[in-house]
Design a protein around this ligand. Sequence first.
Ligand code: SF4
Length: 314
Amino acid sequence: MLPWRVSKNSSKKLYYRLLSEFMLQQTQVKTALPYFKNFLLHLPSLESLSKSNERKVLKLWEGLGYYRRARNLLATARILVKENKSKLPKKIIDIKKLPGIGDYTANALLAFIHNQPTIAIDGNVKRIFSRITNKSENKIDFNKLIETNKKTLFKTKRHSDFVEALMEFGALICKPKEPDCFKCNIKNTCKYFKSDKKFRQLKKIKPEEKNYNIFCYIDKIKNKVALTKKHDLGFLDNFYLPPIKEAIINNKIKNWKFHSNFKNSISNKKLNINLYYKFSSKLPLQSQWFSLKGNNEFIPSFTKKIFKQILEIN
Ligand code: SF4
């Protein structure tokens, strides 16, 4: 059983659900699991998280990516402890005011914590409903569909289990690629199963690749590299990176040595990177020196990959 599925009377329920929901935004269950367990070893309760500092939380999140989630989780924990007696608000409008909580997470928490009749609409739920109705996702108003069918959908009193069951159903039976229709208990009401003319699933649009140049100032004697928080990558806002600029193709780079070209995907973006370097003991503006080995500071994995490459330079 997944560790965040604790009993409905457990005092840990809110914290475990909150932590797992933040981790599972953009991350798969199997990747999130070891991070979830390790996080609890260091910060076992909502109160301990609320008293923690951002550096510690980011360090525990290191490698999971989308670091804004970690900052929002900390801010949400502080608000809940300070302003709401460590409880989740009962109204969706108030839950959605918490940092990093959008429509999906708010509905999931409302069902998990307060057992309210609601459905958290994610890609999983959209796929299931679009198959049952045999309609393409872009032709369905999901909120309207739920509202129209609420008497059937919310017949049960176990709303928390229902949301959980929908997730399991999408992962194990009505799977993204090949649904296991013959094992499915609702196949007799499913239009996709019964129809000879099955709708076609929309193809996902691949993110466009962007070109960037990265410039590493290396202090060879002290084994340090200059990092800055002032850069062009909006999605790694407020994190230390070497100076990075969107590249203009065919533009020659003077006074820098070319090291390598590599690809990286972060935050749903594809980057094609040219890495340049120069040896210099002069710190560039708005930068800080960082040791190439044994840093205690939180450094995103994107920057760590660059460190690895720099260490290869003789
Ligand atoms: S019958 Fe097949 S397509 Fe329809 S809900 Fe079940 S698993 Fe999904």
